[in-house]
Write a protein that binds this ligand. Structure first.
Ligand SMILES: NC(=O)c1ccc[n+]([C@@H]2O[C@H](COP(=O)([O-])OP(=O)(O)OC[C@H]3O[C@@H](n4cnc5c(N)ncnc54)[C@H](O)[C@@H]3O)[C@@H](O)[C@H]2O)c1
Length: 370
């Protein structure tokens, strides 16, 4: 499945473009016969400063342009920011023909997509992910939403963009910690779906950290293809799409318990580390495979240490209040091979407790490469 190159991807109802500038944007819009309308570029305070003017420059001949920016950070992915954006759109007479552009990381993409899905019962929007995580994950698959009273993504909608446009050059200004956070999701794809991709990530650690364009484009392309495969088979998360939650059950708990001071992808990497131990503990994964995957997480520089203030008991309590608990009890994604995931219903929490405890021990014994 893994391909050592990158290309555009056709998602059926929308396309995913990988470019190294913003220049093609207006060409794509005119090829879709989109012109003469209002466009609002929605961004956060960091990305807006860097790129809103550049995008405006590319579009300014054909469109009536507006921009809306909100304070960067997960804590602003809420209904209050949504309300401000609705207000801005109403004030500027945006109607159903007009378009929003989500220019930013996953926070901007989720929030802007949710506004687009509800404003006037739905207007068009374009995803322009600027973080690695948004490029490989959140901009794909049409999941939009905001957090609500401490609960992640509690309010939202499935709503597909007009297209996704990734300009990989912008990753050069992405803070290193955010880049690493995106790599947490990249590793996840390798663990659940593709052993060849796992080997590629093993071999290309240095190229990835040196931002070698061909390598970056290759990982973005392959992750997007993996996500395409999954969301096409299961658009509304009724079946295999839950594989994408690998590492997220424990990851979300840690993210919440650390008051969102730890980055999402970093928590996914920590959650993956423990989920690998749980898979081994339950007898699905052999020692060697578990070790290789955990070593890769360490090699990519993830700090698996959970702060002392977060106990195993806290994690279990946070998992128990997770909205993903269904009528078949806790669903947990485990691995039975490198590149192969499995859903466990009615997961017995004793394995999670044991996995977390073992994972903490394994972490103490494992060396990192970088
Ligand atoms: N919808 C989905 O399917 C889905 C999937 C995974 C994650 N998510 C969501 O995505 C969010 C996390 O996304 P994220 O990691 O991109 O976080 P983010 O949007 O907060 O971006 C991370 C930080 O990087 C900055 N930034 C982004 N691009 C930049 C660039 N090119 N140059 C300089 N700074 C830049 C942002 O301003 C922010 O400070 C979470 O809210 C998570 O719930 C959604």
């Amino acid at each position: 499945m893994f391909k050592n190159h990158s290309d555009n991807i056709d998602f059926g109802s929308y396309k995913y473009y990988i470019r190294d500038s913003f220049l093609d944007l207006s060409k794509i819009m005119s090829s879709m016969n989109i012109k003469g309308i209002k466009i609002c570029i929605v961004s956060d305070s960091n990305v807006s400063k860097l790129y809103t003017d550049e995008v405006k420059k590319v579009l300014n001949e054909s469109f009536d342009l507006y921009d809306f920016s909100f304070e960067a950070g997960e804590s602003y992915k809420n209904l209050s920011t949504v309300q401000s954006l609705y207000g801005f759109l109403i004030e500027n007479h945006f109607n159903r023909d007009d378009i929003l552009i989500a220019l930013g990381g996953g926070v901007v993409g989720d929030l802007c997509g949710f506004c687009a899905s509800t404003y006037l019962r739905g207007i068009r929007y374009i995803q322009m992910p600027t973080s690695l995580l948004a490029s490989v994950d959140s901009s794909i698959g049409g999941k939009t939403g905001v957090d609500f009273e401490g609960y992640k993504n509690m309010v939202g909608a499935f709503y597909e963009p007009l297209f996704v446009y990734v300009n990989t050059i912008v990753l050069k200004t992405l803070p290193e910690g955010e880049f690493k956070s995106g790599l947490g999701e990249v590793l996840k794809y390798a663990f659940i779906l593709d052993k060849d991709f796992f080997e590629y990530l093993n071999e290309n650690l240095i190229n990835i950290y040196n931002h070698k364009p061909k390598t970056i484009n290759t990982i973005i392309y392959n992750c997007a293809i993996f996500k395409k495969m999954i969301v096409e088979e299961d658009p509304k998360e009724k079946g295999i799409r839950v594989f994408l939650n690998f590492g997220h059950t424990i990851g979300h708990a840690i993210e919440k318990l650390s008051n969102f001071t730890k980055k999402h992808g970093e928590c996914v990497a920590i959650g993956s580390f423990f989920a690998i131990d749980i898979s081994r503990e339950m007898g699905y994964l052999n020692e060697n495979e578990a070790k290789r995957m955990q070593q890769l997480i360490m090699d990519y520089g993830f700090d698996i240490d959970i702060p002392d203030s977060i106990s195993t008991d806290d994690i279990i309590k946070a998992i128990s209040s997770d909205k993903k608990q269904g009528k078949d009890g806790l669903r947990f994604i485990i691995l039975d091979n490198i590149g192969h995931a499995k859903i466990i219903s009615n997961m017995d929490k004793k394995y999670i407790i044991r996995g977390i405890e073992n994972g903490k021990e394994t972490n103490k014994r494992t060396d990192t490469q970088i």
